[in-house]
Design a protein around this ligand. Structure first.
Ligand SMILES: Nc1nc2c(c(=O)[nH]1)N=C([C@H](O)[C@H](O)COP(=O)(O)OP(=O)(O)OP(=O)(O)O)CN2
Ligand SMILES: [Zn+2]
Length: 114
């Protein structure tokens, strides 16, 4: 199995719709640090799982300097953003870590049983 990991930094805004009072319900921004993990049993004709530049382009074109609520049609928590990014990079992506701040990170990892 071949594996690659790509780190992408995205500056973007979001707000959360929550069933409790929270400062996060107001529009605010983060410099999101996103780690994308891909794997494949085979390599493409260029000897890659996927070009690092392509991984960056997929994520940055979708999210950088955007209001993430306009892009992702569910509440844009770090968890939901991680899942959404993983779906954009199928079938190779198996894990995404989304760091909102050094103290706050959420991950989505594909369940291989499914
Ligand atoms: N499980 C999750 N919890 C929270 C999420 C999330 O995506 N998943 N998101 C937020 C907000 O986006 C908010 O911006 C986080 O605010 P922040 O000030 O960074 O977080 P804290 O209140 O924990 O403050 P620290 O200073 O980092 O301790 C909220 N929760
Ligand atoms: Zn936030």
């Amino acid at each position: 199995m071949y594996k690659v990991k790509k780190r992408i930094v995205v500056s973007a805004a979001h707000f959360l719709t929550l069933d409790y009072e929270s400062k996060c319900s107001s529009v605010h921004g983060h410099n999101w640090v996103i780690d994308v993990y891909l794997k494949s049993r085979t390599l493409d004709q260029n000897g890659m799982v996927m070009d690092f530049s392509h991984i960056k382009k997929v994520v940055k074109d979708a999210l950088d300097h955007k209001l993430i609520n306009d892009v992702i049609r569910v509440n844009p928590t770090a968890e939901n953003i991680a899942y959404w990014i993983c779906q954009q990079l199928q079938p190779f992506c198996y894990r995404v870590d989304v760091e909102e701040s050094p103290d706050n990170t959420a991950s989505y990892e594909k369940d291989e049983q499914q």
